[in-house]
Write a protein that binds this ligand. Sequence first.
Ligand code: IPM
Ligand code: MN
Length: 368
Amino acid sequence: MHKKERIVILAGDGIGPEVMAQGIKLLNKLEEYIEIGFDLDEHLVGGAALKAYGVPLKPETLESCKQASAVLLGAVGSPEFDDNPPDLRPERALLDLRAGLGCFCNLRPIHLYKALIDSSTLKREVIADIDLLVVRELTGGLYFGKPAGFETANGERTAVNTMTYSEAEIQRIARKAFEFARLRRRKVTSVDKANVLAVSQLWRSVVEDVAKEFPDVQLEHMLVDNCAMQLIRNPRQFDVILTENMFGDILSDEASMLPGSIGLLPSASLGDGTPIYEPVHGSAPDIAGKGLANPIALLNSIAMMFRYTFSRPLVALAIEEAISTILLRGYHTADMKLEGGKQVGSEEIGDLIISEIIQEYSRPFMTA
Ligand code: IPM
Ligand code: MN
């Protein structure tokens, strides 16, 4: 009897369900080849939950996530709810999940796919060999600070958000960044705005203290505006980028253009409770329902799940290798430019990748 792992599936909005369909297909197929069974527990979140239940995340859904081994999320967000107050927007579901599951550490790895070297808007020599990891703090900063909201004073509308971080919050995310740097090229670039923000001054000083626990890792500080520039000037200088919540949101979208499409990039959100795996991209309402969406970010997120939650690095590698192989054969989705390649839809590229993985698993063992 195989071990059963319960994964909460939150497809969400827009292209979420389309990319998730490929992920579910992969998990169902993999079950036949590896000694883990999956119990996939699907729930509505975001705009889909707002429509069905009037709230972006039902308490019962969060409860199921707490009891699960992992959460796999598609995307949330829909223009239909643009005028809703922040608490009744689809995005609120994500924030409540991250906070509710204690997922303070968001990992966004970015590397180059050989097949796509000419797909980026940046020159080949700028992006060759890039391999960086954004470690984004995910449960603090402007997204969560209080006070937050709208007020009317003297007949004028005002709005406030608060950026706040405690020492302990900075310490725990900094430690993660240094630990991951140890598994890589041992360099941490901590990104802040210490020339203006008190929060950033505290950030810098706490990161420096934590760095003393990791004398084998090089630490540098960089202002966020400079980092935005350096990312497209010379991205090869980066190994681990450690930063707070909103800077990390913005810089990771920028960095996603190095390999050529945000449709490729996965993320893992780790912390005290159930981890969340989700693509970096959003719900892309403009292409939703057309079968065009790129499921690679979601499939790469499943690879991260095998690496970090199920401790099966070889399964992760098999998924990642299959993705590289299919791209090298010229198959790509509409978000990627691949001269002379063949553009296919979500379903087709999903099938190609999955059959490549399965072929790997079906190969007979070599004998000496
Ligand atoms: C992301 C997204 C979210 C964020 C939104 C949808 C709340 O942009 O995961 O990067 O800003 O964290
Ligand atoms: Mn984002």
